[in-house]
Each structure stands twice: as structure tokens, then as C-alpha cells.
Design a protein. Structure first.
Length: 151
């Protein structure tokens, strides 16, 4: 199966910008992006501002200006993993993720994000692709859980 390299169109559900109600530390967020950006800070007012942002893009912009929690670099990947697990616990999204089969998930982008995604350079995807890797990990966890649940 070919790689999925764009999280828009039919694969928009893979994007952190897709609507998926997330509860983080007791508060409800409209998307993973909102929750992730709010998690960057311990400041309740800054978290509220991010949570109430009109769009995921606005939440992302606000997240760039929050007072960063001191352990952010150590916890961000684990937090994203937990947020994705929560998102894909929803039956329709779980099935959509499972329906990607064995496809490599690459958060290809044109805005230069080589940490969470990859950029195309001379026909090759360059970057850490943390989002794609975490999505594939969640997909594997779901498959394992479903396999263990079968008699």
C-alpha cells in the first residue's frame, strides 16, 4: 500500500486540525491541536485562551506565545501520543485509522515542519515525522487491542 503523505481531503481525519472533542486535564477542547497547544503552558488564563480559539490555526498561533512549561521538551511527544489515543478511541475515527491498513503515514507539509512532519526535497520526504509515527503507533495499538479482544 502506498504512503499517505497529505492529511487533507479524504485523509483530513488524520490532521490535528480535524474536529475531535478532546478532554485534557478536565477541560474540553474542539481538536487535538487546541489541546496540544494549551498543554504547552501551566497558566490557566493562557490555556483558556487557546481552548476558546475560534480555529485550530488560531490555537496554534496562540500556542506559540504561551509561557512554556519547563518540562515541555521532555513531555510533548508523550502528550501527543495520549491525545491521539483519545481522538482515535472514537469508533468512527478508530475505524478510519484502521482502514489506512499498512500505509506509511507521513505528515507531508509545505510550511517547513520537519519535526512533526516532513517536507519534500528532491523527491524524498525529509523530517522526523513524529505525528505520522505516533499515528502509526496508535494504529498498531488499536490492532493489537482488537486482536486481543477476539475470541
Amino acid at each position: 500500500m502506498p504512503s499517505i503523505t497529505a492529511f487533507h481531503g479524504p485523509h483530513f481525519f488524520l490532521s490535528n486540525f480535524s474536529e475531535s472533542r478532546i478532554v485534557f486535564e478536565g477541560d474540553s477542547y474542539p481538536t487535538v491541536e487546541h489541546a496540544f497547544q494549551a498543554a504547552k503552558t501551566f497558566d490557566p488564563a493562557q490555556r483558556a485562551a487557546v481552548r476558546e480559539a475560534a480555529t485550530p490555526a488560531a490555537a496554534k498561533r496562540l500556542g506559540r506565545g504561551v509561557t512554556l512549561r519547563p518540562d515541555w521538551e521532555q513531555v510533548k511527544l508523550g502528550l501527543m501520543h495520549e491525545l491521539l489515543r483519545q481522538k482515535f478511541s472514537r469508533p468512527d475515527l478508530r475505524q478510519a485509522l484502521l482502514d489506512t491498513g499498512e500505509a506509511e503515514l507521513v505528515e507531508g507539509n509545505t510550511w517547513g515542519d520537519r519535526q512533526w512532519g516532513c517536507v519534500l526535497v528532491k523527491g524524498k520526504w525529509i523530517g522526523s515525522n513524529h505525528l505520522g509515527r505516533l499515528l502509526m503507533q496508535v494504529r498498531a495499538e488499536l490492532r493489537q487491542a482488537l486482536g486481543a479482544a477476539r475470541p
